[in-house]
Design a protein around this ligand. Structure first.
Ligand code: LMR
Length: 414
């Protein structure tokens, strides 16, 4: 049967870097993947991370840290990250008394994959994604129990370049309430810096969205991959999580928070993140015991236990006030650089429809180019964007800004 297997399509994001690496053009520019690069085009280590590494280096003895971590991750990581997410990031939300089942995961992707397996096995195989979403969302849900059952809600209007919140909520109201099967529907919400459009609902709109999701008994899966990269403040950017938990709101089938330190700590390759399943307080402890045990079985079957090094860096930073302050500063510096590139593009691109420019934030600029235009950028200029027209801003720097702008202007005329 081996010879009946068909070649799979390349990954819509990482597959492009493979192509880019083979491109011989000296002027080539990789604006595909969401990795923060500095003004010299390097993926540099954040100062807070470098300091933590130095501190860990001096603390380490021979091989104290090379054993397996527990299936659910290291206990210190649980304490530190839970404290960060459900204490510091809650701001003035004082009465948070839900139960949290917490797992150290292989970054946000790992958290989403575990969530998908768990939900599809025990609770629901119906899911809603925004009509533009991170390309890997579809892949993850399809491969983990949601095959052929992915629905899309209207998030973004291609013609206006604006969000379509009313239509979005209408889509949900009509379709979810007419389903009489009693199987709840899951919904993926991008916590901030929506990937790929870079436009998020306003806080008022979020309140309406979360009310509707709750009213329809849906199961929120919050993808918080870019925490801090919207406002420059990691705590502030957890506002969707806060909103979901406001007034001690209960999510009877759980709220699934998939969080990552890849972008905001620059720990991409260390695969460090978490899954928190927030359940109503009353359902503890027996329900939580069951959830924990089943998630452990899922993790053990997939990769046994998470890697250790990245979690130690996170622990060192989150448990040291000075390092934490430095981390907050580092996130802010990344955001300032992203802003300045966005502004430089704004100044150089003389486009009429740049209205939405100011509303976009985070790592990406959503060009609204067609796949044909994206292809022309690649063919004629060796400038790589994802097929949906998403451009990763930090790949632009003083040495390629003019070249990129010239190419974007040229291709926009098509
Ligand atoms: C992206 O959207 O480019 C990032 O989240 C990286 C990835 O894994 O796709």
């Amino acid at each position: 049967l081996l010879n009946t297997i068909q070649v799979a399509k390349p990954d819509k994001i990482l597959g492009l870097t493979e192509k880019f690496n083979q491109d011989k053009n000296q002027k080539k520019v990789n604006l595909t993947v969401g990795i923060y690069k500095d003004a010299w085009g390097k993926v540099s280590t954040l100062p807070s991370v470098a300091l933590a590494q130095r501190q860990m280096g001096t603390l380490s003895t021979l091989n104290w840290n090379l054993s397996y971590l527990p299936i659910v991750g290291c206990e210190k990581y649980h304490q530190n990250v839970k404290n960060f997410l459900f204490n510091e990031c809650m701001k003035d939300l004082k009465h948070f008394n839900n139960g949290v089942s917490f797992f150290q995961t292989l970054s946000g992707t790992g958290a989403i994959a575990i969530t998908a397996r768990f939900l599809s096995k025990f609770i629901s195989n119906k899911i809603w994604l925004p009509n533009y979403s991170w390309a890997n969302h579809i892949n993850i849900f399809e491969k983990n129990g949601f095959h052929n059952s992915i629905n899309y809600y209207s998030y973004y209007n291609d013609t206006t370049g604006k969000l379509a919140v009313d239509k979005w909520l209408n889509d949900l109201r009509i379709n979810v309430s007419k389903d009489k099967s009693n199987v709840p529907h899951c919904i993926v919400l991008h916590a901030c810096c929506h990937n790929p459009t870079g436009i998020d609902p306003t806080k008022e709109e979020w309140t309406k969205i979360i009310d509707t999701v709750h009213e329809l008994n849906m199961i929120p899966i919050i993808d918080m991959a870019y925490q801090g990269l919207e406002s420059g403040d990691v705590v502030e950017d957890a506002y969707v999580l806060r909103s979901c938990l406001q007034d001690n709101r209960k999510w009877h089938n759980g709220l699934y928070l998939c969080q990552s330190f890849a972008k905001n700590m620059g720990l991409y390759g260390e695969r460090v993140g978490s899954l928190s399943i927030i359940t109503p307080y009353e359902s503890l402890p027996s329900v939580r015991l069951a959830i924990d045990s089943q998630i452990k079985k899922i993790i053990r079957s997939m990769y046994s236990s998470p890697p250790g090094y990245g979690s130690r860096i996170v622990n060192t930073i989150l448990s040291d006030e000075k390092l934490k302050k430095q981390w907050f500063k580092d996130v802010n510096s990344m955001v300032n650089r992203l802003h300045s590139i966005r502004n430089k593009l704004f100044e150089q691109l003389h486009w009429d429809d740049l209205v939405e420019f100011g509303q976009q934030h985070g790592m990406f600029y959503f060009t609204r180019f067609t796949p044909k235009q994206v292809n022309q950028l690649k063919q004629n200029y060796s400038i790589y964007l994802t097929e949906d027209g998403r451009l990763s801003l930090s790949g632009i720097n003083d040495s390629n800004l003019d070249y990129v702008c010239e190419a974007l202007m040229d291709v926009s005329k098509v």
